[in-house]
Design a protein. Structure first.
Length: 505
């Protein structure tokens, strides 16, 4: 199941009954899980974070926007935070199994529905923007409710993407978009007397002013204090701790020190872990050392398929092709096991019952073996990356680096070689169940064989590329010879299986 997060911001933070009505409207939609409701009376704003299945995301967001239209009158609204609508901004964020493209589609579907049904002007922003001028939310919201009311319908640049070319008299307008996860982070600089310094700090930190990449910042007076309000829109480029350090550095240049900071809404655990690692200067720390993550993985039976697919699609070299082919091989083994299971106990196939039971056991063992190779391949490649980071000077250190890199590359080649060996066995089992198993599942046996052959060939690529990176390629020559033979055998078994499938059709 594909999941998305939606984090609508509503222009109400002081009336609990209004906030509850909006929250309940969203929660009533199928598959919605409300994660957090954060209200701020000074900002007069509420942020509701919820997770929902992709197919129900538009319904849930629409329910919240529709309720906001009924219970919020922006003509009566005052607060520190900029706003242009009762539901001010509604972003979709891809989570497990979902992509940014999925969220862009959701934003456009929701925008059209809000414009057509609620008669509210809609502006698409961030990744969903239809023009570069609307990628930045601050540009879309410039002038706020009052300014937009004066310009919409007369200024072509303020023509909405959906809905009427006039402001809704009580709602205003709404920005709907798609974006990566955003961390709302505020740093306080003491009493309101420091507001001028807060403005200088916000300008220094803000990406659009030449500060940190992926950082939006402005100065606000909140509860008698000077606040630098920050949106971290790309924590890969600028982690939270780096933003805080720059705020601290800039503030101290003017003679003041941050008093405290806060996170509004939810934050990925990685952001906090990275901050902790930086603060205590941990060396060679990995996320796998976090106890709770290990416990969750054990309880849940490991990473979900959609989570694995999302990890492969991420801009990280691991998991990569080696992990993918091991996973594909495991799927082939699972299909072979399934066909064997559909054959066992059938009177028509009594003669091969014992053989099918052995096939099922062997296939189950291969599923386990190949599933383990998924993680082992990623670990082996990570060791290669670490070896490349070792210093090249002086000469004695360079020698140690070369030795470490050679060991890592040989290990990284050995893992896909194991995968190729296992995939040959999968292909052999697939050929057996295709030729002797339940003919009603012949197509499944054929798919198992094709997956095993493809996975074996893919594993061979990983063996070859790691051997090719060795300074002394002769040390990897035996691996290359073996993997070529394995690919040939896998292809032979696949040909047997597909031949049997064609005869059964």
């Amino acid at each position: 199941m594909k999941l998305v997060e939606c984090v609508p911001n509503f222009s109400e933070g002081r009336r609990p009954e209004v906030i509850a009505a909006i929250r309940d409207a969203i929660a009533d939609v199928e598959s919605v899980s409300i994660l957090d409701v954060s209200s701020d009376a000074s900002h007069n704003r509420t942020v509701i974070s919820f997770v929902v299945a992709l197919e129900h995301a538009v319904d849930a967001a629409f329910a919240g926007i529709a309720m906001a239209r009924e219970v919020i009158d922006l003509n009566q609204h005052t607060g520190e935070h900029p706003r242009m609508g009762a539901a001010d901004v509604v972003p979709f964020i891809p989570l497990e199994g979902a992509t940014m493209e999925d969220c862009i589609v959701l934003a456009r579907q929701l925008g059209k529905r809000v414009g057509d049904v609620l008669h509210v002007p809609v502006f698409l922003y961030e990744r969903a923007a239809t023009t570069p001028a609307r990628e930045n939310l601050a540009d879309v919201r410039r002038g706020e409710f009052e300014g937009l009311r004066a310009e919409i319908g007369s200024n072509p640049a303020r023509k909405p993407d959906f809905g009427p070319e006039r402001i809704h008299s009580t709602f205003g307008a709404v920005a709907i978009g798609a974006r990566p996860f955003l961390v709302a982070y505020n740093v306080y600089l003491g009493p309101a007397a420091n507001m001028e310094i807060a403005r200088r700090v916000a300008k220094a930190v803000r990406g659009s002013s030449g500060g940190l990449r992926g950082v939006k910042a402005l100065a606000l007076e909140v509860d008698g204090q000077a606040q630098v309000s920050i949106n971290l829109v790309d924590t890969e480029r600028t982690p939270m701790h780096r933003a805080f350090e720059m705020v601290r550095m800039e503030a101290e240049a003017w003679g003041i020190t941050p008093t405290w900071s806060e996170i509004v809404g939810l934050v990925p655990e990685r952001v906090l872990i990275d901050a902790g690692v930086r603060h205590v200067r941990l060396d060679k720390f990995t996320i796998d050392q976090v106890l709770e993550r290990k416990v969750r993985s054990a309880i849940q039976g490991g990473e979900s398929l959609s989570g694995f697919v999302a990890a492969v699609a991420s801009p990280s070299p691991v998991p990569g092709g080696g992990s993918v082919v091991a996973h594909v091989g495991a799927l082939g083994a699972a299909l072979a096991q399934m066909v064997a299971g559909l054959t066992i106990g059938k009177k028509k196939y009594a003669a091969v019952d014992a053989e099918m039971k052995e096939v099922a056991l062997s296939a189950a063992a291969l599923v386990s073996e190949l599933s383990g190779l998924v993680a082992r391949d990623a670990t082996a490649y990570a060791a290669v990356v670490e070896a490349h980071k070792l210093p090249k000077e002086p000469a004695i250190v360079a020698t140690l680096r070369t030795a470490a890199l050679t060991r890592a590359l040989l290990a990284a080649a050995a893992i896909p070689l194991e995968t190729a060996r296992a995939c040959v066995r999968v292909a052999e089992l697939a050929a057996t169940v295709a030729e002797k198993g339940n003919t009603n599942a012949a197509s499944d046996a054929g798919v198992a064989a094709l997956l095993a052959e493809a996975a074996c060939k893919g594993a061979s690529y990983n063996v070859r590329i790691n051997v090719a990176s060795l300074d002394d390629k002769s040390s990897g020559a035996p691996m290359l010879e073996e993997v070529r033979a394995l690919v040939a055998r896998a292809s032979e078994y696949a040909a047997r299986a597909t031949g049997a499938v064609e005869r059964a059709m």
